[in-house]
Design a protein around this ligand. Structure first.
Ligand code: AHM
Ligand code: MG
Length: 337
């Protein structure tokens, strides 16, 4: 019956009550993140119009400078999240260094890492893009935050998720128990539970990789991709190639339908010897979601969630998605198959 959907706020509060030790601070953080995403979603939805306004001299009708959308998203997230009272520092794909919360603002021990607008090079073509986030707790007892506090394994995440701005705006997130998806009902401005307890099929139907880089790959990587091109999936049909070039969009499709997403190391490309995607703000949060959804993620050698980062913007090769497909890719990469 219409009007009876569970809102994300209700869902968060139900979840909070289930954990006796919960204080409501994570709920506060997630609620503010959701609000920031609604603002970003609103701007993304009028991206074409913003470009038109920009042509008139880069000043919009409010007399403000028209920002590129990824700058805008970054700005909104930093501004909103530093005012939550529960975050002590942030890290963004757009900022070279960590972003401390100003000293005069209340702080608790949550660390937030995000890619404000992943896939933003696709905006002009009206392709789905998204915001990815990862939440950790600060464990050091120092009274201030250092880079070290952010360099933690993905398995230590407290929560992770993404917003996808597409035909509908959706939120998919986990706090380490299950993965749930919510769709924004723009008429009431609320995210409603639309995909309860998401699980990824054990074996997929698609493989997603930018095959234009084949000549850059090592032999093992080539064998992995050849394997999926020559296999029949569980329905006796060949795996389909699907690659949007917008990580959130490729990931979201594979999470729902099953499949493997790959961004391998481009051994012969000096710019991407360790692939392109960033461990902390892109790959680790998605790997955490996958783990809760029954999937897997590896860099070819080890589970993504076990990698100890050594730099804020460290990149990793990645093979992620349906469990059996990732197992096969790992075996080939490790020379076991
Ligand atoms: P960006 O952070 O520069 O936007 O790059 C990230 C994007 C991902 O969304 C996507 O998966 C990947 O780059 C596509 O890269 P390529 O064009 O090399 O296939
Ligand atoms: Mg990105």
């Amino acid at each position: 019956m219409k009007g009876l959907g569970i809102t994300v706020t209700e869902h968060l509060l139900i979840h909070q009550k289930e954990s006796p030790a919960a204080t409501g601070r994570l709920t506060r953080l997630l609620q503010e993140l959701i609000f920031a995403a609604k603002i970003i979603s609103r701007e993304v939805n009028k991206a074409g119009l913003v470009d038109i306004l920009g042509l008139t001299g880069d000043i919009n009708i409010q007399g403000e400078r028209v920002r590129k959308l990824d700058d805008f998203a970054n700005h909104v997230l930093i501004y909103r999240m530093e005012r939550t009272g529960v975050v002590c520092a942030m890290s963004s794909e757009e900022n070279a260094d960590i972003i401390p919360v100003p000293e005069d603002m209340h702080q608790e021990d949550y660390l937030l890492t995000f890619d404000p607008l992943d896939g933003s090079s696709n905006i002009d073509a009206n392709v789905n893009i998204g915001t990815i986030f990862s939440i950790h707790r600060k464990v050091s007892d120092r009274p201030y935050v250092t880079l070290d506090d952010f360099l933690r394994r993905g398995s230590k995440q407290v929560a992770a998720g993404y917003f996808i701005y597409g035909p509908s705006t959706m939120l998919v997130y986990t706090t380490g128990k299950s993965v749930n998806g919510f769709t924004l009902d723009p008429s009431v401005g609320e995210f409603l539970l639309s995909h309860q307890n998401i699980t990824i099929p054990e074996r997929g139907k698609v493989y997603s990789v930018n095959e234009a880089y084949t000549s850059y790959w090592d032999e093992k990587t080539k064998r992995v991709v050849d394997y999926f091109k020559s296999q029949e999936n569980e329905r006796g049909k060949p795996y389909a190639a699907r690659y949007i070039g917008s990580f959130v969009a490729d990931f979201h499709r594979n999470l729902l339908y099953g499949g493997i997403f790959m961004y391998p190391a481009d051994k012969k490309d000096p710019a991407k010897p360790r692939g392109k995607l960033r461990l902390l703000c892109e790959v680790a949060p998605m790997a955490y979601i996958l783990e809760q959804a029954g999937g897997a993620a590896t860099d070819g050698e080890q589970n993504i969630l076990d990698i100890k980062p050594s730099a804020l913007h460290e990149r990793v090769p990645v093979f992620m998605g349906s469990k059996l497909d990732v197992e096969k890719a790992t075996n080939i990469m490790q020379g076991k198959d």
